[in-house]
Each structure stands twice: as structure tokens, then as C-alpha cells.
Design a protein around this ligand. Structure first.
Ligand code: GDP
Length: 306
């Protein structure tokens, strides 16, 4: 795969151009099919799904006697879309729960992922969206490992008038900050509490303990509505390893794929959805405050084929 990447980088041709070049041949020979499969691998679709897709496509092309490359492309698009699964529920659960006596409990969103993937930025953008929808929000800076992380979160929050619960002490217990944030949110009767966490993968047992404790402690105050795993699309198949670890540790309910504005095609969507059995719900498309969007399977597949 490294060799293929090199080749692609040298040729400077984007994936879609490559796909089109293969598909525009009059007749697809063995080598062309291999090239199609390579192209999917390069887009990080993953070896298993790429192989299965090409096999299924070849069979249909043979059985239906398709000759026209445009028809093959249409089929390829349909099969990619099926892989991404447009039927999954990708909505974010951000509504507070209301008890029979009318008491409201905020929806709690826990945001997890390796440091640098874009957790804090994503929370900032998401908070803006929630506020724009008229929801009240409290943020919790449970990434107590770096003071700068809490500052960054607070900056995003204050821009849209949302308070941040944090500890002034670096290395404070993340679970107690998370607990405090949820309690503050309940007292203030807000709709949503969003909790940022640290993601140091170097120590898996430590991470597991930390996230386990955070979820337990939050659970005492309010049900967890979402555990969002943030993955950086530019790390390719690495994201899959991260998904495995966090899936084990945190009971992930949705994925946010960031940095799709770069060269990454994000075919990793297919692999992580399979791995975790949960949908990609949001995508990050830049560093700016408005660069967050719901994941749109159709647009995504068109992007892959462009
Ligand atoms: P955290 O450590 O997981 O909280 O990551 P940060 O939110 O601090 O983000 C790490 C870096 O990635 C920052 O420079 C962000 O501006 C950048 N970043 C986050 N999301 C995106 C995105 O969707 N696109 C791009 N291009 N950069 C992003």
C-alpha cells in the first residue's frame, strides 16, 4: 500500500481521476479490475470491503453483460453507497429527558478520541450549532492533562455564551470535572452537556480506567446520550485501530470524522462503521467555526468518485 501511495503521490492524479481513467476503458481487463481495487484501497476503504465490492461488481458486470463504462460507474456508485449504508440513523441525540413529574435531565454527550484528532474543535463547532438551534449548553473540560485544552474549550464556549466547567489544576481528576459539569448542567436546567476528554493512547489500561470512571460517574447524574469518537481522516487505517480501542473502552454511539477538507477521501468510514457497528454522524471540513456537517452518504460517495 505504501508503494501505491508513492505512485499515486508521484503521478499527482486524484483518486477520482484514476477511477475514471480505469472506467473509461472500452473493456475492463484483469489488470483494470486490480487497478480499481487498488484505487479503493488508496481511498482507505480497507482490504476486506474493497475486495468484496470488486468481486460483487465483476459478477454483476459479467452476468448482466455490461459493456458501457458509465453503467459500471453507476453500479460502483450504488455499491459504495450500500457499503456506507444510507439507512443508518445518523441523528444526534441531544434532547433532554423529561420525567413524569416534568423534571428535565440534560442530554450528555461524551467526546472521546486520540489527542490531536479534533475533539475540542469539534465540540466548539457543535456547540455553535446547538446554540443556533436554540439549545442551552454547558461544556465540561475533562481533558485535565493539559491546561491549554481547557482554555481552548472555554474560548469556543465563551464565543457563543456557553459556560465551561473546568479545574484550574492541571492533572485534576477528569471524572470529577465531568461529574461537576453534568451537575452544573442539571442545576442550570440546560438541554445539553458536552464533555471533552483526554485521549492518551500510550497507556491503554490508564485510558480504559479513566474513561470507565468518567462514564460511571456521569451515569450517576444523567444518562449518556452519545459517546462520540473523533477520528482524523488523514490517519487512514490508523483510525481503525483507534476505533477498536475506544470501542472496547467507551461504548461509542457515533463517529465524527475530521479533516475531510484535506486530501483524505475518508474511505475509512466503511471500515470503522463495520468495526464498531455505529454510524459516522458528523464530518469536520476545516478549522473554522462553521466547518462541521452531518455526514451525507450520497455526497460522500460522490466525493470518492470525483
Ligand atoms: P484534540 O486534541 O482532539 O482536542 O484536537 P484539537 O481540537 O485541538 O484539534 C487539533 C488540530 O486539528 C487543530 O489545529 C485543529 O484546528 C485541527 N482540526 C480539527 N478539526 C479539523 C478539520 O475538520 N479540518 C482541519 N483541516 N483541521 C481540523
Amino acid at each position: 500500500l505504501a508503494r501505491l501511495r508513492d505512485r499515486l503521490a508521484r503521478s499527482g492524479s486524484p483518486l477520482g481521476t484514476r477511477l475514471l481513467a480505469v472506467l473509461s476503458r472500452d473493456h475492463l481487463a484483469e489488470d483494470d479490475w486490480d487497478e480499481l481495487e487498488e484505487t479503493l484501497l488508496l481511498a482507505d476503504v480497507g482490504a476486506g470491503p474493497s475486495g468484496e465490492l470488486i468481486d460483487a461488481l465483476r459478477t454483476r458486470v459479467r452476468v448482466e453483460g455490461l459493456k458501457d463504462p458509465a453503467q459500471v460507474k453507476t453500479l460502483l456508485r450504488a455499491q459504495l453507497l450500500e457499503l456506507v449504508d444510507p439507512t443508518l440513523d445518523r441523528s444526534l441525540h441531544v434532547a433532554p429527558t423529561v420525567a413524569a413529574d416534568g423534571t428535565r435531565t440534560p442530554a450528555v454527550l461524551l467526546v472521546v478520541g486520540v489527542n490531536g484528532t479534533g475533539k475540542t474543535t469539534t465540540i466548539g463547532k457543535l456547540t455553535r450549532l446547538l446554540v443556533a438551534e436554540g439549545r442551552s449548553v454547558v461544556l465540561g473540560a475533562a481533558d485535565t492533562f493539559r491546561a491549554a485544552a481547557a482554555d481552548q474549550l472555554e474560548t469556543w464556549g465563551s464565543r457563543v455564551g456557553v459556560p465551561t466547567v473546568r479545574s484550574e489544576r492541571e492533572g485534576a481528576d477528569p471524572a470529577s470535572v465531568a461529574f461537576e459539569a453534568v451537575r452544573t448542567g442539571k442545576q442550570a436546567d440546560v438541554d445539553v452537556v458536552v464533555v471533552d476528554t483526554a485521549g492518551r493512547l500510550q497507556n491503554k489500561a490508564g485510558l480504559m480506567d479513566e474513561l470507565g470512571k468518567i462514564t460511571r460517574v456521569i451515569g450517576k447524574e444523567a444518562p449518556l446520550s452519545e459517546v462520540l469518537l473523533v477520528l482524523d481522516a488523514t490517519t487512514g487505517q490508523n483510525g481503525l485501530n483507534q476505533a477498536r480501542v475506544f470501542g472496547e473502552v467507551a461504548g461509542v454511539t457515533g463517529i465524527v470524522l475530521t479533516k475531510l477538507d484535506g486530501t483524505a477521501k475518508g474511505g475509512i468510514v466503511v471500515a470503522v462503521q463495520r468495526e464498531l457497528g455505529v454510524p459516522v454522524k458528523l464530518v469536520g471540513l476545516g478549522e473554522g467555526p462553521d466547518d462541521l456537517a452531518p455526514f451525507d452518504p450520497e455526497a460522500f460517495v460522490d466525493g470518492l468518485l470525483q
